[in-house]
Design a protein around this ligand. Structure first.
Ligand code: ADP
Length: 765
C-alpha cells in the first residue's frame, strides 16, 4: 500500500485527486500502477518530506484506488473511504508505513436538496468562469462533476484552503454537515476570487489605457510604414522630420507638440492644405538648438586681448565686460546682468557686441527691434494665422544655432506700443532671468530656455525705453569720440579694414595724419565714427581706381589732396561763429545723435507785451522760457519795465528739429538778460543748466556729449552746473583741457561773469 502525505488539499470520499506521477514517486517511493491502493495522511502543518515525524499527522486519513495513470504525467486517485490512523512508522528512506482501520461515514444527507445545491454551485462556477480566458476549460469540467465531493476535489488545489479546514472536512463523520461545510468553502473561495479580480481590474484600467495607447501607436506606425511603402515619394519628407524630431534633444513638452504636429502631417499627407505650414513648423522646431552648450572656460587675458584688438578706447566699457565675464566664470553661469549700451550712432555699440561674443567664444546674433510695434514681433504669431512666423527672439536663436549666443537687441529705444499689444512687456519676459527659462513663443507654442543667452541691448537714448525694461538692465554710456580718438580709430581700425575690403595692399596707399584730421573736421560731423568709416571706404575705392590705372604708383593722400578723394562737399560744420549780438547766446544740447550746440536767439519788437516762441520747443522748454523771463524781470526791473510796450520773440534753430528739456534754462535767462541789458555775449561762450525760479542752476544730463560738442563747434568757455562736477570725470582729458570750464550754482554767477551783474537784486537770501 502506498502512503502519500498531504497538506491543504481536500481529500474526501467521492473526490478524484489528480497528482503528478513524479510527486507520487517521490512521496511513496514507488511507481504508480492502475488499481493500486493509496492512503493519504493529512499533515498538521506543511512540512518537507524529510522533516516528517509519526506525530506530524492528523488521526483521520483517506484511502483510494489509482484509477488512471496518464502516460503523460498525471495520475488520478478516486477516494473511497476514510481511515483511522493507528500507527505511523517513518522508514529509513523516509517513506511511511501504516496500520489503519476503516472509519465509516454517517449518511444523513438530504439527496434531493444536495442535488439542487450542487446545480446552484455549478451555475455559480460557470458564471464566474466567464470572466476568464480559461473559462471554457473549467466549464467543460464543471459539466462533468456528479457530486459536490468531486467538485471540491477538483477545485481544491486552486483554492486557498488551510490545512485545518481541509482536515475538518475529512474528519466530519456526518455527510450533511460535510456537505454544508464544503458548499460554504466553495462559495467563500469564489467570492474571494471575485473580490481579488475586481481590485486587479481597477488597477488594470490605468495600465490598460497606457497599453492601449501604446498599441495604437504601434499600429499607426505599422500602418504608416505600409502607406510609406505605397507612396515612396512622400516618405522621405515625413520620415526625415520624424528622425529629426527624435534626434533634436528637445524637452518633453516640445517633443509632444512636435509629435502632435507630425501626426497631423501624416494624416494630412504631403498634399494636404496645411502640409506646408506643418512642415515649416517642424523644420523650425527640430532645427532649434535644444541641446545645451557647456560653459566654456575663458581666460580673462585672452578675452581682453580680443576686445582690444577690435576697438580702440572704450576703456570703461571693456572693463565692465571683463568684470561680467569674471562673475560669470565664478558662478558657472552663461549669462549675467543684461547690459544696455547707450550712445550716439556709430560709437561702436553693436560692433563691440560682436567682439564680446568672440571673446566668450560664443555665437553672435543681432536682433533689430527698430520699428517693432506688435507683441507678435517679439513673441511670434499663433500658428492659426496664415503666414504666421516665430518672433524675432526665437528667429535669432534659430539663426545663431546655439543655446547660448550673445544676442544684441538693437535699438531697444525704438520700440513702440500699438493696438496689437505691447512689445515691451514681451521683452520683459525675455530679459527676466526668473521667466526666460521657459520663454514661450506663440508660433512654437512650446517653452524654450533662454537663460543661457547673453543679452545686450543698444539704444541711442534712455528716454524712450520703458521704465520696467530699463530697471532690468545695466546702462553703459558710450559718449562718442574726440577728434584724437577718431584719428586713432581711423588709423588703426577703419582704414586697415577699408583697405582690406578694397583689396589694397599696405604699401600701395598712404594716408597722412593731416588728411585724416581734415576728414574728421571737415567731412564728418558726428559723435561716432560711421561717417568716418564711409570716408575711409571712399578713399580706398578712389585709390583702387588710381592703382588699376597706374599699377606701379603708390597712392598718397595728404591734407592737400584729400578733397580729390572725396566724392562729396565738406559737411557744413555747425560752429559757434564769431559775431556776437545782444540777445543771442550759445547753448548746449544732448541729442540721441550725440551732443550739439544750440544758438538761442531773442528779439524784442514794438508791440503790446506778447511773447512768441518758435523752433518746435516742447512743453518743458516753453516753461523754461517763462521762467527765464520772470527771472530776467526780477534781475533787471528797470530794463524790463518797458517790455509792456514790446513783443518778445524767442527762437531756437534748427527750426525743423523738435527740442525739449529743461537744460537750456540758463542759456535762455542769459539770452533775455543780454537782450534787455544790451550786453553782448561772445558766441564761443557756451552754457548748459536748468534754472529754478530762485535763480539756482541745477544739474543736467549728457554732460560729456555736450562738452564734446562744444569743443567740436569751437567753443572756448563753458558754464557747467556745479552739481555736475562729478560728471567731468567722464569727459575725455583732451576735451577738458581744450575748454575753460566754469562751475556755477546760480544764474547771478553766470551773469556777473558776463558783465551783467543783476542790479534789481533778486529775492531774499
Ligand atoms: P553703433 O552700434 O553704436 O551705431 P557700430 O557698432 O555700428 O555703432 O559702429 C560703427 C562702425 O564703427 C563699426 O564698423 C565699428 O567697427 C566702428 N567702430 C566704432 N567704435 C570703434 C572703436 N572704438 N574702435 C574701432 N572701431 C570702432
Amino acid at each position: 500500500m502506498s502512503v502519500i502525505p498531504m497538506y491543504g488539499r481536500v481529500v474526501i470520499p467521492g473526490a478524484v485527486i489528480y497528482m503528478r506521477t513524479g510527486d507520487y514517486m517521490t512521496l511513496c517511493g514507488r511507481k504508480p500502477s492502475s488499481g493500486e491502493k493509496v492512503t493519504f495522511l493529512m499533515e498538521k502543518e506543511a512540512l518537507e518530506k524529510e522533516a516528517l515525524q509519526p506525530d506530524s499527522f492528523y488521526p483521520v486519513g483517506a484511502a483510494g484506488v489509482i484509477e488512471e495513470v496518464n502516460p503523460g504525467n498525471y495520475l488520478a486517485v478516486r477516494i473511497q473511504n476514510r481511515v483511522d490512523v493507528e500507527e505511523v512508522t517513518i522508514l529509513p528512506d523516509k517513506t511511511i508505513s501504516l496500520s489503519v482501520s476503516r472509519r465509516p461515514d454517517l449518511d444523513d444527507l438530504d439527496q434531493e436538496d444536495a442535488r439542487v445545491r450542487l446545480e446552484r454551485l455549478r451555475d455559480e462556477i460557470i458564471d464566474f468562469s466567464k470572466e476568464y480566458d480559461w473559462g471554457p476549460m473549467l466549464r467543460i469540467q464543471a459539466q462533468r462533476w456528479n457530486s459536490v465531493w468531486e467538485m471540491m476535489g477538483a477545485l481544491s488545489p486552486y483554492l486557498a484552503i488551510g490545512g485545518d479546514e481541509a482536515y475538518a472536512l475529512l474528519a466530519e463523520d456526518r455527510l450533511q454537515a460535510r456537505f454544508d461545510m464544503t458548499e460554504k468553502l466553495l462559495m467563500q473561495s469564489l467570492e474571494l476570487a471575485r473580490v481579488n479580480t475586481e481590485a486587479q481590474t481597477a488597477q488594470q484600467e490605468d495600465y490598460q489605457h497606457l497599453y492601449r495607447e501604446e498599441a495604437i501607436r504601434k499600429q499607426m506606425a505599422y500602418l504608416q510604414k505600409e502607406l510609406d511603402e505605397m507612396h515612396p515619394e512622400n516618405v522621405s519628407e515625413v520620415r526625415r522630420l520624424e528622425l529629426k524630431l527624435e534626434e533634436a534633444g528637445m524637452n518633453e513638452e516640445a517633443l509632444k507638440e512636435g509629435q502632435r504636429v507630425l501626426n497631423r502631417l501624416k494624416r494630412e499627407g504631403g498634399q494636404g492644405p496645411e502640409a506646408g505650414m506643418l512642415t515649416d513648423y517642424l523644420e523650425l522646431l527640430t532645427s532649434l538648438p535644444w541641446k545645451k552648450e557647456e560653459p566654456a572656460r575663458i581666460s580673462l587675458k585672452d578675452a581682453r586681448a580680443i576686445l582690444e584688438k577690435d576697438h580702440a578706447g572704450l576703456e570703461k566699457v571693456k572693463n565692465r565686460i571683463i568684470q561680467q565675464i569674471a562673475v560669470m566664470t565664478l558662478r558657472g553661469r552663461q549669462s549675467g546682468s543684461i547690459l544696455c549700451f547707450v550712445g550716439a550712432p556709430g560709437t561702436g555699440k553693436t560692433s563691440i557686441g560682436q567682439s564680446i561674443a568672440e571673446a566668450l567664444g560664443r555665437a553672435y546674433v543681432r536682433v533689430s527691434l527698430g520699428g517693432v510695434r506688435d507683441e507678435a514681433d517679439i513673441r511670434g504669431h499663433r500658428r492659426t494665422y496664415i503666414g504666421s512666423m516665430p518672433g524675432r527672439i526665437m528667429d535669432g536663436i534659430h539663426r545663431s544655432g546655439t543655446s547660448n549666443p550673445v544676442m544684441v537687441l538693437d535699438e531697444i529705444d525704438k520700440l513702440s506700443a500699438s493696438y496689437a499689444g505691447d512689445p515691451a512687456s514681451a521683452l520683459l519676459e525675455v530679459l527676466d532671468p526668473e521667466q526666460n527659462a521657459s520663454f514661450t513663443d506663440h508660433y512654437l507654442n512650446v517653452p524654450f530656455d533662454l537663460s543661457d543667452v547673453f543679452f545686450i541691448c543698444t539704444a541711442n537714448t534712455l528716454e524712450t525705453i520703458p521704465e520696467p525694461l530699463l530697471n532690468r538692465m545695466e546702462v553703459i554710456q558710450f559718449q562718442g569720440y574726440t577728434p584724437l580718438e577718431k584719428q586713432k580709430i581711423a588709423r588703426e581700425h577703419l582704414l586697415p579694414k577699408a583697405m582690406a575690403a578694397s583689396g589694397l595692399k599696405e604699401d600701395t596707399l598712404e594716408v597722412s595724419d593731416g588728411a585724416i584730421e581734415k576728414i574728421i573736421s571737415e567731412y564728418t560731423r558726428e559723435a561716432g565714427v560711421r561717417g568716418l568709416k564711409k570716408r575711409m571706404d571712399m578713399i580706398c575705392r578712389a585709390a583702387a581706381v588710381r592703382l588699376v590705372e597706374a599699377p606701379d604708383e603708390k597712392v598718397t593722400v595728404s591734407e592737400e589732396n584729400v578733397d580729390e578723394f572725396m566724392d562729396m562737399h565738406p559737411v557744413r560744420q555747425k560752429t559757434v561763429g564769431s559775431q556776437s549780438k545782444p540777445g543771442v547766446v550759445t547753448g548746449l544740447a544732448w541729442t540721441p545723435a550725440g551732443g550739439d550746440i544750440l544758438s538761442i536767439q531773442t528779439l524784442s519788437t514794438r508791440g503790446n507785451g506778447r511773447m512768441t516762441v518758435t523752433g518746435q520747443l516742447g512743453d518743458v522748454m516753453k516753461e523754461s522760457v517763462e521762467i527765464a523771463l520772470s527771472l530776467t524781470k526780477a534781475f533787471f526791473p528797470e530794463e524790463t519795465a518797458g517790455l509792456k510796450k514790446c513783443d518778445l520773440h524767442v527762437h531756437v534753430p534748427d527750426g525743423a528739429t523738435p527740442k525739449d528739456g529743461p537744460s537750456a534754462g540758463i542759456t535762455l535767462t542769459t539770452a533775455l538778460s543780454s537782450l534787455v541789458t544790451g550786453k553782448q555775449v561772445p558766441p564761443d561762450i557756451a552754457m548748459t543748466g536748468e534754472v529754478t525760479l530762485q535763480g539756482d542752476v541745477k544739474a543736467i544730463g549728457g554732460l560729456p556729449e555736450k562738452l564734446m560738442a562744444a569743443q567740436r563747434a569751437g567753443a572756448r568757455t563753458v558754464f557747467v552746473p556745479r552739481e555736475n562736477a562729478d560728471d567731468l570725470r567722464d569727459v575725455p582729458e583732451e576735451v577738458r583741457s581744450a575748454l575753460e570750464i566754469i562751475l556755477v550754482s546760480s544764474a547771478e554767477e553766470v551773469l556777473s561773469h558776463l558783465g551783467m551783474t543783476p542790479r534789481g537784486l533778486k529775492m531774499a537770501g
